[in-house]
Write a new protein. Structure first.
Length: 314
C-alpha cells in the first residue's frame, strides 16, 4: 500500500479539525458581547461547524480503517471488527482516536446549540475541537517519541497545532465576513471585519510566537542540532524547508494585512471606497489561506517520512 491514502487522510484531518477549532474560537476573542448577538452573524461564522464535525467523524473512521489495514498488511476492505478493536484497545493511536471521536460528538452537539446559547456553545465547541485536534499529536513523530522527551514533544506539538488552528480559523472567518453579497460586501460586515482584523493583531502575534517556539522544540526533538547536516540530505528536510518558506510568505502577507490593507479598509468606510479595499484584503487572505493549505499538505506528507536519510536511520 502506498502512503498516498494516509497522507490524504492526514491532510483532511488537519484541515478539518483546525477549521473546526479556529472558527469556534474566533467569536470568543474577536467579537464584542454586543456583536455576538447580531442576527445571522454567528451563523455565518459558525454555520460550517456541523459539516466540519460530520466530516471529522467520517474521515477519522476512514483513517482508522486505513491505518489498521496498513499495519496489518491488508487492503482497507479486508479490515474487520476484530482488527479495529485490537487497534483501538492496544495502541496509543487507537486510544487517541477514541478520544477524538468522543470530542467530535461533543462538538457536534455544541454546534447544534449555537443558535440557543451562542457563547457557551462556541466555548464548548472550541474546547472539544482543541481536544480532537490534540489527538493528532499521537499520529506523527511526536507519538513515536518515548519518555519525558515524548511528553514534551506531544505538548509542544499540541500547542503548535492550536496556534495554527487559531490563525487559519481567523483567516477563514475574515473571508466569510468579507464575502460579497449581490456583488458587494455589506457595509456593516465590512466595518465588523475591519474591527476584528485589528483585534486579531495581538492574537496573531501570539500565534506566531507560539508557532516559532514550538517549531524549534519539535525540530530539536525530531532531528537534533547534531544531526542537522545529515538530515539536510533527506526528503523530510526539503519538505520542511518548503514549509518554512511558505510560513515566511504567510508572515509577509499578515504584516501587509495588518499595516496596509486593514487601515485602508477602515478608511474606505469613511470615503466610500469599500469595494476596492475589501477586494484587496480578500485577495490577500485567499493567497494566505492557500499557503496555509500547502503547509498542511507538507505536514501531512513529511509526517510519514523519516527525518534522517535511510542509511542514517536507526
Amino acid at each position: 500500500m502506498t502512503d498516498l491514502p494516509v497522507i490524504g487522510i492526514r491532510f483532511a484531518l488537519y484541515a478539518d479539525l483546525m477549521l473546526l477549532m479556529g472558527l469556534a474560537a474566533f467569536p470568543l476573542y474577536a467579537l464584542g458581547r454586543d456583536e455576538r448577538g447580531i442576527p445571522g452573524l454567528l451563523s455565518i461564522l459558525a454555520g460550517p461547524q456541523r459539516w466540519l464535525c460530520t466530516f471529522g467523524l467520517v474521515i477519522s473512521a476512514l483513517g482508522m480503517a486505513v491505518l489498521t489495514a496498513s499495519m496489518q498488511g491488508v487492503g482497507p476492505l479486508s479490515v474487520d471488527a476484530a482488527m479495529l478493536l485490537t487497534m483501538i484497545r492496544e495502541t496509543e493511536v487507537g486510544t487517541a482516536w477514541l478520544y477524538r471521536m468522543i470530542a467530535l460528538l461533543i462538538a457536534a452537539g455544541a454546534a447544534w446549540g449555537l443558535a440557543v446559547r451562542p457563547v457557551t456553545a462556541a466555548a464548548v465547541l472550541a474546547a472539544a475541537g482543541s481536544l480532537a485536534l490534540a489527538t493528532l499529536a499521537w499520529s506523527g513523530h511526536a507519538g513515536a517519541t518515548e519518555g519525558l522527551a515524548g511528553t514534551i514533544h506531544r505538548i509542544s506539538d499540541v500547542l503548535h497545532m492550536i496556534a495554527a488552528a487559531i490563525w487559519l480559523g481567523a483567516i477563514t472567518a475574515f473571508l466569510l465576513l468579507l464575502r460579497p453579497r449581490h456583488g458587494a460586501v455589506p457595509p456593516e460586515r465590512a466595518a465588523l471585519a475591519a474591527r476584528t482584523l485589528d483585534r486579531f493583531a495581538r492574537v496573531g502575534t501570539l500565534c506566531v510566537l507560539v508557532l516559532t517556539a514550538t517549531g524549534l522544540v519539535n525540530a530539536q526533538l525530531i532531528v537534533g542540532i547534531e544531526n542537522a547536516a545529515r538530515s539536510a540530505a533527506s526528503p523530510y528536510a526539503r519538505l520542511l524547508l518548503a514549509k518554512l518558506l511558505l510560513f515566511g510568505a504567510m508572515l509577509v502577507l499578515a504584516a501587509m494585512n495588518r499595516w496596509r490593507l486593514t487601515p485602508a479598509l477602515g478608511a474606505s468606510l469613511v470615503d466610500g471606497n469599500t469595494p476596492v479595499a475589501a477586494g484587496a484584503i480578500r485577495r490577500s487572505l485567499v493567497i494566505e489561506i492557500f499557503a496555509g493549505a500547502a503547509i498542511l499538505t507538507l505536514v501531512a506528507w513529511f509526517g510519514t517520512l523519516e527525518p534522517l536519510p535511510a542509511f542514517d536511520a536507526v
